[in-house]
Write a protein that binds this ligand. Structure first.
Ligand code: ATR
Length: 287
């Protein structure tokens, strides 16, 4: 018996996520799972890029040896500026890029967060958009914009955008004229009876944050409640909805599904969101 030495002539395609800070990003776990699952000799790494360096980093991207990757907080808007004119329709609308790739040596940008949102509901609540109508979205940050795009694309409206800071809700609503209307938490008792769907995109309910305390009693019995927060998996909001007998979908699938289009672009194979991947990410969150 003799061993054949493994000569690693190529390390395979390299992808990376850029953020600041970046240590807690779970994207490397997701992409690492898929690379191993499919035996692809590629890598997906974390790169911490401080805000003052992101513009130069993106300008030099084609020389970094990367095939592409992701961009997270606080660099999604900088990535949009760096790829202006070479962004997909969603990124163009939202002014935010979360996925990068190279075409003819030039940096291009897309936004897969809206896909993550709708694909999670397609999987967790099949038929959720069969009779679209009014919806309530809580929070007006980056996640909210992607959720609003996803809901609008599936025919929902009017969508009431409820935020603590009213001016921020109005700024985001202006991206979706005719569909999204700014509102405040005081408006919820009047808005909930007609809502087909309630989505939390605020950080409330996340581990270490106060719970999101809203009274779900006015919601119709067939309304759906979902949360972009996925640590913990069952947020106080989802627990309250379940206690009321409402259908719920947790937020873990949103982060898993948003990763699918990027992986396909960089590594050439459309990966699946499986129970094994969910379990892998849950283990990572728990540990
Ligand atoms: P992301 O980009 O991840 O969506 P973000 O831009 O930091 O996150 O936005 C966080 C959201 O949570 C905002 O809508 C914020 O409300 P404000 O715009 O009024 O700041 C909301 N949020 C955070 N803490 C909150 C709190 N204690 N009460 C109500 N809303 C809160």
């Amino acid at each position: 018996e003799h061993a054949i030495p493994q000569t690693e002539t190529t390390a395979g395609p390299r992808a990376a996520i850029l953020g600041w800070p970046i240590a807690h990003s779970r994207s490397p776990v997701i992409h690492g799972f898929w690379l191993a699952e499919h035996g692809i000799a590629g890598t997906y790494e974390r790169i911490a890029v401080p805000p003052e360096e992101i513009a130069a980093f993106l300008a030099a991207y084609p020389e970094k040896g990367l095939v592409g990757g992701n961009v997270t907080v606080p660099h999604k808007e900088a990535a949009y500026r760096a790829t202006a004119g070479r962004t997909d329709a969603i990124a163009t609308r939202l002014g935010a890029v979360n996925t990068l790739w190279l075409e003819d040596g030039r940096l291009c940008g897309g936004n897969t967060d809206a896909h993550g949102f709708v694909a999670n509901l397609d999987e967790g609540a099949p038929g959720w958009d069969a009779a679209p109508g009014p919806a309530v979205v809580l929070g007006a940050g980056g996640a909210a914009k992607a959720v609003l795009f996803g809901l609008e694309s599936r025919g929902f409206g009017p969508i009431h955008l409820v935020n603590r800071t009213r001016a921020r809700a109005e700024d985001v609503a202006a991206i979706f004229p005719g569909t999204v209307r700014a509102a405040g938490f005081d408006d919820l008792p009047a808005l909930l009876p007609d809502a087909r769907l309630v989505v939390n995109t605020t950080s409330l309910g996340m581990v270490g944050q106060p719970p999101l305390e809203i009274d779900l009693a006015p919601l119709a019995a067939d309304a759906l409640v979902t949360d972009a927060v996925y640590v913990p998996l069952e947020t106080p909001l989802l627990a309250a909805a379940r206690a009321r007998g409402l259908a719920t979908v947790d937020g873990l699938g949103m982060v898993l599904h948003q990763a699918v289009p990027g992986f396909e672009r960089w590594f050439g194979l459309r990966p699946a969101v499986t129970p094994a991947l969910r379990a892998r990410l849950l283990a990572d969150i728990g540990g």
